[in-house]
Design a protein around this ligand. Structure first.
Ligand SMILES: [Cu+2]
Length: 193
């Protein structure tokens, strides 16, 4: 037996061929996965108009409670001058403000939210409303809640020792009932005062 022969009697040339074949197989698998991912990106981009964020909106977390869009009196859900439903909220260790959010069913709702301290996030029940909240940035997305009902909205980004107690509630009202409350011009929330 010389150095070029394995104990089973295979030559090192055979072993090299086996390794090369395995490498080639894995290269093909990786190429197929990459092709699938690119195809998915093209499909969602064209079919659903999904795209990476085209702009980044920043905000100073040190002053957002003093002036501007996220002062306390401006938090909650409103109908904008253009008729769009906008829900504004902030996250902080360890609560959301407002603690109870009201939205209409069957209408697009745009969420605008940010964090005052560390990275938080939220998901609304089993709906697709789901975002991260990064201090210094305004997170925004639009979704439609199909049915009236009530959802829990937990923070889903570990943010410190009180993280597991950080959650809010979302009440989805029938559209007419919501419009009646919003027509008075106030920010709609379900926080008991
Ligand atoms: Cu949190």
């Amino acid at each position: 037996m010389n150095a070029a022969t394995t104990p089973a009697g295979h030559s090192s040339a055979d072993a090299h061929d086996v390794a090369a074949a395995a490498e080639r197989r894995w290269a093909w698998i990786v190429a197929v996965i990459i092709a699938l991912l690119v195809a998915m990106m093209v499909f969602t981009g064209i079919k659903w108009a999904a795209m990476p964020p085209s702009r980044v909106e920043t905000i100073d977390p040190r002053t957002l409670h003093i002036s501007g869009e996220f002062v306390e009196s401006n938090l909650g859900t409103t109908i904008g001058p253009d008729g769009r439903v906008v829900s504004r909220l902030i996250a902080q260790q360890y609560s959301f403000e407002p603690q109870c959010i009201v939205v209409p069913a069957g209408m697009p709702v745009t969420f605008r939210a940010t964090s005052t301290d560390v990275v938080h996030g939220f998901i609304v029940g089993t709906t697709n409303a789901n975002t991260m909240l990064v201090p210094g940035f305004v997170a925004t997305f639009t979704t439609t809640f199909q049915r009236p009902g009530e959802h829990l909205m937990p923070c889903h980004e570990y943010c410190g020792t009180g993280h597991e107690a950080m959650w809010a509630r979302v009440q989805v009202l029938p559209a007419q009932e919501f419009m009646k409350r919003a027509a008075r011009g106030e920010k709609v929330t379900c926080v008991r005062r």
